[in-house]
Design a protein. Structure first.
Length: 266
């Protein structure tokens, strides 16, 4: 396990080596998960690209820090982690709130970003009323009280079969996140709005979404893609909000096809 001190918190992360001259792929995960959600994608890319994965504050083995958070707190954490490893011009792959963090990193530190892959995310996610209700429920009754509803948005009915052991494992991952960190990140999502900033993105950008995403549906992701000059848009069949879990082979292939031309200077 690897840990770094950034912005007075400890961030749990993993660095995976790769060939010289290849862009570093940086993976930012979704609300209520840790970086293990990327495992089945990174095993298909390992050896071809250097990679960094991390648990954002309030998740996994990283510190909770001072709640509530803004999206700028998460952005500053990621920028600080990249500074630790002197990484510049990385490909930032962000899922859900990780995609908001990716957009925020480009807005604040474009020198750190070579390209963006925005998975199952948008320029703005949800409404203030919906996030406030979720925060209240978590603070009152814990994450477990909302877990079944969240899992319906995360995964397709086929994945949520009672006999699917992996489904139960991801349910455990969600409910075992720190409730304070979860609620604080809900507040960060609630207040984040990159509608104007999306129009100023000037690096290669790919938006990807599962066709059955219940949190950031395809129409919302497509609307975000239309804001970003020259952005590409891909839909992954038979996937919900977390295609890196349900369809890792398809997502890895899409990532590789997008990143290889960047490596070749195209």
């Amino acid at each position: 396990m690897q840990f770094a001190r950034v912005n007075d918190i400890t961030l749990h992360h993993q660095v995976i080596g790769g060939p010289e001259g290849r862009p570093v792929l940086v993976f930012a995960n979704s609300l209520g998960t840790d970086y293990r959600i990327w495992r089945d994608v990174i095993v298909r890319l390992a050896g071809d690209f250097p990679m960094i994965l991390y648990d954002k504050r309030g998740h996994g083995l990283s510190d909770v820090g001072q709640a509530p958070y803004s999206i700028d707190d998460h952005v500053s954490d990621l920028a600080g982690l990249l500074e630790v490893y002197a990484v510049r011009q990385a490909v930032i792959v962000g899922l859900s709130v990780g995609g908001l963090i990716a957009q925020g990193l480009y807005a604040a530190r474009p020198d750190l970003v070579r390209a963006l892959v925005l998975c199952d995310t948008a320029h703005r996610i949800g409404t203030a009323e919906a996030w406030d209700a979720r925060i209240a429920a978590v603070e009152r009754d814990g994450i477990e009280s909302i877990a079944d509803t969240v899992m319906e948005r995360w995964f397709t009915p086929a994945f949520r079969r009672p006999e699917n052991t992996a489904y139960h494992g991801y349910w455990n991952m969600l409910v075992r996140q720190p409730a304070v960190g979860y609620a604080a990140t809900c507040a960060a999502i609630r207040d984040a709005d990159f509608t104007a900033a999306a129009k100023r993105i000037a690096v290669p950008t790919l938006l990807v979404v599962g066709d059955q995403d219940g949190s950031t549906p395809p129409d919302l992701v497509l609307a975000t893609a239309k804001l970003i000059p020259g952005a590409r848009y891909e839909v992954i069949p038979d996937a919900g909000h977390i295609p890196c879990v349900e369809q890792p082979e398809a997502l890895a292939a899409i990532l590789r096809a997008f990143i290889e031309p960047l490596t070749n200077g195209e």
